[in-house]
Design a protein around this ligand. Structure first.
Ligand code: UTP
Length: 316
C-alpha cells in the first residue's frame, strides 16, 4: 500500500562495543576508523545526506565522544588553516558539520541494535525513518537508499536491503525467507532469522545495514525480548512485522501490529564493511586503488609487494 508520509530522518546507531575490533576500540570508536583519511561515520552520513535525509540522529554512548567532536566545528584548527591560506584543508575540516543536522541520543547500555533503534523513538515520532548502521556503507555509485525510499513510498511498510552470500557465510548474519514480486529487485520478506544455525537458513540473502522502518516498529521493539546473544534484535522486531502481515493476509484471524509488512530490495552493488578486521582491510585496499590521488603510486607498489610474496616457483 502506498504511503505518502515522506522519510526525512535517519537514525545511525553507533553505541555498540566494537569487540571484533579490539584493542583499538577500547579508546577509539570503530565508526571513527579511517578509510584512508575519512572516518567511516562521515561516509555513512554522506550517504544519508545524498538520499535527502538531512536530519540524522546518532544513537551514541559515553565512550564515543570523538564522533560528536568530529561533527562539530573546530575553530582553532579552522583559524590556523585560514591563516595559512589552506582553502582545501578548510573545506575538508568544515565539511562534516555541514552535511546534515546531527542530533544525539544516548543508549545507556549496549542492549542490542533493536534497543538502540528504540532509543530514537522520541526524536522520530510517528514517521517512517531510515536506519543506517555506523560501520558499513554503500558505494556512492550504487545509490541503494534512493531505491529503498522509492519502495517504501510505493508499497508502505518497512524495507530491508538484502545481499546474496555463499551458503557457508549466512550464519554470520540476519537472513530472510522471501517471495518474488512483480519487480525484479523487490521481494516480500516472509520471515527473518538472526544468525541462523548452519544449514537452517531460509535463503542465502542476508540483511545488510540499511533499513527503512515503519514507525510501528517502536511499539514492537518495546515488547521484543532479548534474542540472539542476549541482545534486543532489530531482526526479531522486523520478523514480528513480517509475520503479522502474512497472518493478516492469510485471513487466519491472527491480528498483529498494522505495520504494512516487510519488503526487501535485492542489492547487487558495492558495499563496504568496516566492522571487522578483514573487511576493513579490503575496504582500505579498494579505496586506495580507486583514488586518483593515491592509486598511481600505491597500485604499482601493491603489485610488486604481492609478487614478492609469491613463492619462487609460482613467480617464475
Ligand atoms: P554490531 O554488532 O556490528 O556492532 O552492531 P558492535 O556490537 O559494536 O560490534 P561487535 O560485534 O562487538 O564487534 C551494528 C551497529 O549497531 C550499533 C553498533 O555501534 C554498530 O554500528 N549498536 C549495536 C548499537 O548502537 N547498540 C548496541 O547495543 C549494539
Amino acid at each position: 500500500m502506498a504511503d505518502s508520509r515522506a522519510v526525512t530522518k535517519a537514525v545511525v546507531p553507533v553505541a555498540g562495543l566494537g569487540t571484533r575490533f579490539l584493542p583499538i576500540t577500547k579508546a577509539v570508536p570503530k565508526e571513527m576508523l579511517p578509510v584512508i583519511d575519512t572516518p567511516t561515520i562521515q561516509l555513512v552520513v554522506e550517504e544519508a545526506a545524498m538520499a535527502g535525509l538531512r536530519d540524522v540522529l546518532m544513537v551514541t554512548t559515553r565512550r564515543k565522544n570523538a564522533i560528536e567532536e568530529y561533527f562539530d566545528r573546530n575553530e582553532e584548527l579552522e583559524d590556523a588553516l585560514a591563516a595559512k591560506g589552506d582553502e582545501a584543508g578548510l573545506d575538508e575540516v568544515r565539511a562534516p558539520a555541514g552535511l546534515a543536522q546531527i542530533h544525539y541520543v544516548r543508549q545507556g547500555s549496549p542492549l542490542g541494535l533493536g534497543h538502540a533503534v528504540l532509543c530514537a523513538a522520541a526524536h522520530v515520532g510517528n514517521e517512517p525513518f531510515a536506519v543506517l548502521l555506523g560501520d558499513d556503507f554503500i558505494d556512492k555509485r550504487d545509490p541503494l537508499l534512493d531505491r529503498m525510499l522509492q519502495v517504501r513510498q510505493q508499497r508502505g511498510g518497512s524495507v530491508v536491503a538484502l545481499m546474496e552470500v555463499e551458503p557457508d557465510q549466512v550464519s554470520a548474519y540476519g537472513c530472510v525467507a522471501i517471495k518474488p514480486t512483480d519487480e525484479d529487485d523487490v521481494v516480500t520478506v516472509t520471515d527473518l532469522v538472526e544468525k541462523p544455525e548452519p544449514g537452517q537458513a531460509p535463503s542465502n540473502w542476508i540483511i545488510i545495514g540499511r533499513y527503512i522502518c515503519d514507525p510501528s516498529i517502536f511499539s514492537v521493539l518495546a515488547h521484543t525480548p532479548p534474542g540472539r546473544g542476549g541482545e534486543i534484535q532489530l531482526t526479531d522486531a522486523l520478523r514480528t512485522l513480517a509475520i503479522s502481515d502474512r497472518a493478516d493476509a492469510s485471513g487466519d484471524g491472527v491480528v498483529g501490529p498494522d505495520g504494512g509488512g516487510v519488503h526487501g530490495v535485492l542489492f547487487r552493488g558495492r558495499r563496504y564493511d568496516t566492522g571487522n578486521k578483514i573487511d576493513y582491510l579490503r575496504t582500505l585496499i579498494q579505496f586506495a586503488c580507486d583514488r586518483p590521488d593515491i592509486a598511481p603510486e600505491f597500485v604499482p607498489w601493491l603489485r610488486e609487494y604481492l609478487d614478492s610474496m609469491l613463492p619462487a616457483s609460482s613467480a617464475s
